[in-house]
Write a protein that binds this ligand. Structure first.
Ligand code: 44T
Length: 699
């Protein structure tokens, strides 16, 4: 519900009461991941970056800036740099409660609690003299994300120039008092971009297959990801995701030369204001490589001062990710010699890059802009939208066109053909076996329940299988009656459209409300003496962890199965291996015993170390393997009463070195023959890893 601090507090208490209680531990880790984002560790471990900021700050203070405000201080590091460099007055502000409290501890531990004044607020709410006594001569800040402006640096700096900073040199105010000038570190930035083809990006933002598990997907129309490049100012959606391009599975191909998208001077308030008010600029890019236009990738150079620069480029050896602006237009094959038209704008918090058209042989082809004009996107629970979509279904219009917004992970799920095709096979085997054991007079359909927590078409797939195998066509419901717990109204609409388009009668699929208070009530098919023929569960979360309460649910599900009925999957085998990975270490804790830029920070932020990493892409993790993958554990969903407390696994070490982590993933056994891995080419699941508290030397 968003009450993260409170949640963390309660889980922490629970953990204090019973340190080995696994649910409390897991929940605490999950919130700790939000409270202190993992990039804090990356940044503090990035000595190159820390050192350049330190040099720039020292130089500014030696050059006469002696009052300093650090906006978004995090652990307090830049503020402490300023104090050490000799600034007379240092103020720091931080809007996150957890980070503010952490910074207070760090300042005390470094003996600067008295000499640095810290406020828990957003810089744009600060006033003089309420929050700081006077205007300052230097603002330092690293409130930049992969897309540069996403943390609100433009708004913060406009406000700072108007209310918190001394005037810049060569202005009216300055002329009246030339000894007092203000400036900002970083002084400015240059933003670069490149158009790329990248399958890994594509499969998270657009549908790549026309059928999955035997279902024709075309009846749902266009599917879009929420990451949209619309240049509309009112649009508040995030226009980009982030990726480390150099680490993307399958790599990427540049379709253009890298180009400069924007140059911005943070010391020029008119320029900052101009950025927010001005219309977009149109860039023309020359395509020099034929390919599929999947995204624009964006990075930047941060000019701390004239001598010190930081780059977040894909070639750079840093912790930075690049901003990815996916191109979602259905027409997206570009050829050498084409010209791409890209709109660059920044009216709200975000820098937006939008591929609007390409020019080929003198003809201009517009790339569909998702958020402009019709067709309409169905994303909300708006009754009106849904009614009109369904009404469109009833009439025999030629080809009604709908747009649906799905999460990136939901799109990747639909693109996971292996998973759906295997599930279809497993289901069809079960239906065949049920049919052979049932008496011929029996007319009841097979009852199939899909308890997936997110979007799922498995119920539809089962319903369609019922039709295919049903020679007995007078049965209006087919041989399968499917129930889905899919909750979101637009998901349901999509399933209804799929049903209609795939010839599945409406009565064959039913939706159920998930009842919050009582799980057991959900699973009990009301008013029926019959039991479930199949219960389908999505056991693994996209992040790579097993769903909470999985075995409890499986136990319950088992009791509600008819004779010969089945839970899908029947079994999950957890695989893992021993590795050494510096990347994982750098993301989990401040490393080494050396103080960070001479400051004592590590012990404080490291309290938020979480030993389990989620959302990993193992196929691209830089690491040394010390063993083959081995089976660690089996969860038997058809016999969930087995005892799962502890197990030792012996494995053979293949190389000498220090084991620092154990990545793990799952083989999902749908039945005794069919299985899919969560660590495969088209997996929509990410992987996870346990990072050891101490490296383990092996030989
Ligand atoms: N992410 C970069 C770092 N704040 C962004 O609460 C870098 C992205 C990144 N406080 C991969 C790697 C990396 N007033 O604690 C945060 C935040 C705070 C403010 C007061 C304000 N106006 C603001 C704005 C932000 O500043 C801190 C840092 S901001 C984010 C840094 C390794 N992908």
């Amino acid at each position: 519900m968003g009450f993260r601090d409170e949640a963390a507090g309660h889980f922490y208490k629970a953990l204090k009461l019973r340190p080995d209680f696994p649910e409390a531990k897991e929940n605490f880790y999950r919130v700790a991941n939000w409270l202190v984002e993992r990039w804090h560790f990356l940044m503090l471990n990035d000595h190159g970056r820390n050192h350049k900021y330190q040099l720039a700050i020292q130089k500014a203070i030696e050059g006469g800036c002696n009052t300093v405000l650090d906006i978004g201080t995090g652990t307090g590091i830049l503020g402490m740099c300023a104090k050490m460099a000799g600034a007379a007055e240092v103020y720091v502000c931080e809007l996150s409660k957890t980070m503010y409290e952490l910074a207070c501890e760090v300042l005390s531990a470094n003996g600067m609690a008295e000499s640095i004044q810290i406020v828990h607020m957003k810089s744009v709410d600060m006033e003089i003299p309420k929050d700081i006594p006077n205007r300052v001569s230097l603002v330092v800040t690293e409130t930049v994300d992969a897309g540069l402006f996403g943390e609100g640096i433009i708004e913060s700096l406009i406000h700072a120039w108007k209310h918190l900073l001394l005037p810049p040199p060569n202005t009216q105010e300055w002329l009246s008092n030339p000894s007092q000038t203000g400036r900002v570190i970083p002084a400015g930035a240059t933003v670069f971009g490149v158009a790329v083809q990248c399958h890994e990006i594509r499969r998270h933002h657009r549908l790549c297959a026309s059928t999955v598990g035997g279902l024709d997907l075309s009846p749902v129309g266009q599917i879009y990801s929420p990451v949209s490049c619309s240049a509309d100012a009112e649009d508040s959606t995030e226009p980009y995701t982030t990726e480390r391009l150099s680490c993307l599975h399958g790599g990427y191909i540049q379709l253009t030369q890298p180009f400069t998208a924007l140059d911005i001077d943070f010391n020029n308030v008119q320029e900052l204001e101009g950025l927010c008010s001005r219309e977009m600029t149109l860039l023309r890019l020359h395509v020099n490589q034929e390919g599929i236009l999947d995204a624009l990738a964006v990075w930047f150079q941060l000019h701390l001062d004239q001598d010190n620069h930081l780059s977040t480029g894909p070639q750079e050896d840093t912790c930075w990710e690049q901003a990815i602006y996916p191109v979602q237009s259905p027409f997206n094959t570009v050829k050498c010699g084409d010209e791409l038209l890209v709109e660059v704008s920044s009216k709200d918090t975000y820098l937006r890059l939008c591929c609007v058209a390409f020019v080929r042989d003198g003809h201009k082809f517009h790339l569909d802009n998702v958020n402009k004009g019709p067709p309409k996107i169905l994303t909300t629970n708006s009754e009106a939208d849904l009614c009109s979509a369904l009404a469109g279904l009833q009439t025999n219009q030629e080809k009604p066109s709908y747009n649906f917004l799905l999460e990136c992970s939901e799109i990747a799920l639909l693109n996971n053909t292996t998973y759906h095709n295997s599930s279809q096979k497993a289901m069809s085997k079960l239906l065949a076996s049920l049919k052979s054991t049932r008496s011929s007079q029996e007319t009841d359909p097979a009852y199939v329940l899909d308890v997936s927590e997110g979007f799922s078409v498995l119920s539809m797939m089962a319903a369609q299988l019922g039709l295919d195998s049903g020679e007995d066509q007078q049965l209006s419901t087919g041989l399968v009656k499917a129930y889905s717990l899919v909750e979101k109204e637009h998901h349901r609409t999509m399933l209804r459209l799929l049903a209609k388009g795939n010839g599945v009668p409406e009565s064959t699929l039913e939706f159920w409300l998930r009842q919050m208070e009582d799980d057991s009530a959900v699973l009990q098919r009301p008013a029926s003496r019959k039991l479930w023929s199949a219960i389908m569960m999505d056991c693994i979360e996209t992040c790579g962890l097993i769903r909470q309460k999985l075995l409890e649910k499986a136990t319950l599900a088992k009791c509600l199965l008819e004779d010969g009925g089945q839970i899908f999957p029947e079994r999950i085998v957890i695989h893992g291996m021993l590795v050494e990975s510096d990347t994982l270490l750098r993301e989990s804790a401040v490393q080494g015993t050396e103080p960070t830029l001479g400051f004592n920070i590590a012990p404080f932020i490291n309290q938020f170390t979480v030993p389990v990493h989620m959302f990993l892409d193992l196929s691209n993790l830089e690491c040394t393997h010390f063993s083959e993958p081995v089976e660690l554990f089996t969860l038997d969903l058809m016999n969930s009463t087995a005892n799962y407390t502890n197990k030792d696994v012996k494995l053979q070490v293949s190389t000498s070195g220090n084991v620092t982590a154990i990545p793990f993933w799952y083989q999902i056994h749908l039945d005794s023959e069919l299985s899919v891995s969560t660590f495969s080419e088209d997996s929509h699941w990410k992987q996870a890893a346990v990072v050891l508290q101490q490296p383990l030397a092996v030989s």
